[in-house]
Design a protein around this ligand. Structure first.
Ligand code: PMV
Length: 320
């Protein structure tokens, strides 16, 4: 080990929100994704006692050990998070990224972008089976971008900040923790498409919506209704539970637009939903009245903020 004198040490990694295109992205369609100012802080501390290691943390450690041919001794990992787990906000990739960074600092290893991408793909595969790579890309990029999985690897197209100016304040409304994992949800869609191949039109329609949203943003327009349409297509794919569907309809009944973000969930909650409304006060009033938990953030324009928060102790939610 390089030096335990540097301990304790802290790192921070941001989460992400998929504005449109989840699930279809697994089949090579584009998705629009943004880094967010919520994230995970990790603190590596010395540890004298040997504790049971969570399987995900063990995978992160052994992946790093294998990559750099080192043995990491017994350490305590303190995790502080403003990202709810299993909500579609990329918490597993953010956790893995923060720990890989911390190990890198500890051993004075400069992890290249390519190496970080490979490390993250391995930890994401452990967590999610066969991910598209969108979470791994989102945690290593800031701002708003289009992600596309191709046979030659992921293609990431950064969208200029002029695109983001017209994105209204985004509300993340929580529909509850999904019972199913991301890997299980991806598998459900895969089985549906095998059993009913004609349903693959849903995948293409989602891809078309993403392209249209990107185009609209480029000319300074925000196509609210596309988010409603993306939600309907995700419902048709069977990744949205009854509770989230009901919440979406209620949001629509007060003039808002809502869609789940991330893998979704069926039997219980479907994780976080991205919501927009052109009357912020009215929408907040409606959410409060229903006692729904929510947070507000600006998507796309947080590059500086995310970087400056890299090493901070507490993570504040972004103000509107
Ligand atoms: O891990 P989540 O819940 O943010 O979902 C990832 C998005 C999916 O398209 C459902 C899966 C993937 O690997 O792209």
């Amino acid at each position: 080990m390089q030096s335990q004198n540097v301990l304790p040490l802290k790192t921070w990694s941001h989460g992400k929100v998929i504005l449109a295109g989840e699930h279809a992205v697994v089949y090579g369609e584009p998705a629009i994704v943004s880094s967010i100012s919520l994230g995970i802080e990790v603190e590596l501390q010395r540890s004298k006692v040997k504790r049971a290691e969570h399987p995900f943390l063990a995978t992160i450690r052994s992946t790093f050990e294998k990559q750099y041919s080192i043995i990491i001794p017994n350490l305590h990992i303190q995790i502080r998070s403003t990202l709810p787990e299993q909500s579609g906000l990329g918490s597993s990739a953010a956790l893995a990224h923060a720990i890989f960074q911390a190990y890198g600092k500890l051993y004075s290893i400069n992890i290249t972008d390519k190496e970080m991408g490979d490390l993250l793909m391995q930890s994401e595969q452990f967590m999610h089976g066969r991910p598209s790579g969108i979470d791994a890309a989102a945690v290593t990029h800031t701002g708003l971008f289009v992600f596309k999985k191709t046979v030659d690897g992921p293609v990431i197209q950064r969208l200029p900040s002029t695109y983001t100016k017209h994105i209204p304040l985004c509300f993340l409304v929580y529909s509850g923790k999904p019972k199913e994992t991301t890997g299980e949800m991806v598998q459900i869609v895969k089985e549906l498409l095998i059993k009913q191949p004609t349903r693959s039109h849903i995948i293409h329609k989602i891809g078309t919506l993403v392209k249209e949203i990107t185009k609209e943003l480029s000319i300074g327009r925000f196509p609210y209704s596309h988010f409603r349409e993306n939600q309907r297509l995700l419902e048709e794919l069977g990744v949205v539970g009854t509770k989230a569907k009901k919440m979406v309809r209620e949001i629509e009944s007060v003039g808002g637009f809502a869609k789940i973000t991330g893998a979704g969930g069926i039997s219980e909650g479907s994780g976080m939903m991205v919501c927009f409304h052109n009357d912020i006060e009215k929408f907040e009033h409606a959410l409060k009245k229903r006692l729904w938990s929510y947070t507000k953030l600006r998507v796309g324009n947080i590059e500086k903020e995310a970087q400056s928060k890299h090493d901070i102790v507490s993570i504040k939610q972004e103000e509107s």
